[in-house]
Design a protein around this ligand. Structure first.
Ligand SMILES: [Zn+2]
Length: 535
């Protein structure tokens, strides 16, 4: 283990904890797309899901293990409660990976023991060797988490960890499940573990934490100073409640302030050797992908990946940055892959140049998806003179959505203005090839379009979020629309980009409705398009 102690292991749980964010539900293909991006980003471990939770989760973990868990790829991890059936399914799901891991957990705080597990400390101490030992008989790489460690009695925690390591755990993860501890307390907890668990040198100490008080990243960095070597984080910090520690913030703090953190990892302060394996230039792109697929928007002032993170508004700052970047910038936008909006292609660029550029951007499209994206590109090039990487990414993300298309938008037409009642006509095509048309009046053009779509689709839903932002600068920029809607307590998101924001709005709405219908079709009460009473 000695060689593992002088670097930081990045464990990404975007697909497990991140996906537990309200409304961030992803389908199997979307999870696979994100897993591929995480592999390009260079994460060491991908926690791909909780296989026992549902057949969809099992299938996603298995597919990711098979396609992303290659010899030189990341370790693929599946979560399991400390029960035989959970562990068996997790082992089964990660089996196709060259490097697989089971992550099993049981609560150790008195409050969880008493009210959730209804077990005594002795009973928990007996379950751990049995279950960790069982996991170890299936796979070598075992991570164990005492859930709610942050609120557990330290003395009991030390005993639990010693037993887990003795039973075969190679990583012990310390979760601040409720996001309650402060950096000093969390650092002291890790130091206490290092000092009081006799066999701790046989395992990597990992940390997991939530951002309820906005302290997750600070807690993790304090843990690093005290001996933690694996950080469990998510892209854009998404996750339950206020989210998890944000991968991009941790990685850039360790990168920009490596002089400060080096000595804690036993290196000379001036060492320029990276502290973790992340390719920071992939950060921005991965952030956008996760935001687009989950519908969880990044706030403009978010550290590292927010739209304003590298924008210098005030005149004094701009002047300083122009004279010398380091006057007000502590890091270069290029280091996270945010290049100046380079113009890469135009109207006369051919299919070959288009494919090449996409490959450079890391997109490996199937022939069908490439054709679809190329048609969209040609269409866009007619409307917009100069096309940048950001435009290309928006097109690809838009054209290669993995939601089965129950409804396809054939036509949308609106009339509006200060003297007109906003009126919309839409035509949708069903999988059976039927074209359904309807029209509606609304308070504005988008409202009219959504009302018309609802008349055709006829699935009750409530629009809870609508946002439009431009992909690039300029009057001819594409608009990206993200929407979230609610149906019987569940949230579904949709995303689309177009130079016409009404078209983008219609497509984003249809995309969310398709996602909703796909989910309904999986349950025993499938909803079929209502075909009666149509024009
Ligand atoms: Zn969590």
């Amino acid at each position: 283990m000695a060689n593992e102690q002088d670097r930081i292991i990045i464990f990404d749980t975007t697909l497990r904890d991140g996906e537990q964010s309200p409304g961030a539900t992803l389908n199997v293909d979307e999870k696979l797309t994100i897993a591929k991006a995480l592999a390009r980003l260079g994460v060491d471990v991908i926690e791909a899901g909780f296989p026992r939770a549902s057949t969809g989760d099992f299938e996603a973990v298995q597919k990711i293990a098979d396609q992303v868990g290659t010899e030189n790829g990341p370790t693929i991890c599946g979560l399991a409660r400390a029960t035989k059936e959970d562990i068996r399914q997790a082992a089964e799901a990660v089996k196709p990976a060259a490097k697989g891991r089971i992550h099993t957990f049981i609560a150790t705080s008195d409050i969880h023991l008493e009210y959730k597990l209804r077990k005594t400390r002795q009973e928990v101490l007996a379950i751990i060797p049995e279950m960790v030992g069982y996991a170890k008989s299936l796979i070598n790489d075992i991570e164990f988490s005492p859930e709610d460690a942050g609120r557990s009695d330290p003395e009991f925690l030390y005993q639990v960890l010693e037993v887990a390591i003795a039973s075969g755990a190679t990583t012990v993860n310390i979760p601040d499940t409720v996001g309650y501890t402060t950096p000093e307390e969390f650092g002291a907890l890790i130091r206490g573990i290092k000092e009081n668990v006799p066999n701790i040198d046989q395992a990597i100490i990992s940390v997991h934490g939530h951002n309820d008080l906005g302290l997750a990243v600070a807690n993790f960095l304090s843990a690093v100073q005290n001996g933690a070597r694996q950080l469990e984080c998510t892209i854009n910090g998404i996750g339950e409640r206020a989210g998890n520690a944000a991968l991009e913030e941790l990685v850039m703090a360790l990168y920009v302030r490596r002089g400060f953190y080096n000595p804690f990892l036993g290196r000379p302060a001036e060492s320029t050797e990276p502290l973790c394996n992340i390719d920071t230039t992939q950060i921005y792109k991965t952030s956008r992908l996760v935001s687009n697929l989950t519908g969880m928007l990044v706030q403009p002032n978010k550290a590292i990946v927010g739209a304003n993170a590298f924008a210098h508004e005030s005149g004094i700052h701009q002047d300083g940055v122009l004279k010398h970047r380091l006057t007000y910038e502590i890091m270069d936008a290029k280091s996270i892959g945010l290049t100046k909006n380079l113009i890469v292609l135009g109207k006369h660029s051919g299919r070959h140049a288009f494919r090449d550029r996409l490959q450079t951007l890391g997109y490996d499209l199937s022939e069908t998806d490439l054709n679809k994206a190329f048609l969209r590109f040609k269409d866009l090039a007619d409307k917009k003179k100069e096309i940048s990487d950001l435009d290309l990414e928006a097109i690809v993300n838009d054209e290669t959505q993995h939601v089965p298309e129950l409804f396809h938008l054939e036509l949308v037409q609106v009339s509006c203005g200060d003297r007109a009642r906003p009126t919309a006509t839409v035509t949708l095509r069903t999988p059976q090839g039927e074209e359904l048309t309807d029209a509606a009046i609304g308070t504005g053009p988008v409202d009219a379009v959504y009302k018309a779509i609802n008349r055709v689709v006829n699935i009750p839903n409530e629009l809870i979020e609508y946002s439009v932002k431009s992909v690039t600068e300029g009057i001819d920029a594409m608009g990206e629309v993200t929407i979230r809607l609610r149906h019987e307590g569940r949230t579904f998101s949709g995303h689309a980009a177009n130079t016409d924001i009404i078209v983008a709005s219609a497509r984003a709405y249809i995309s969310a409705l398709n996602r909703l219908s796909a989910t309904l079709n999986q349950t025993e009460n499938p909803i079929h398009p209502q075909t009666a009473a149509l024009a």
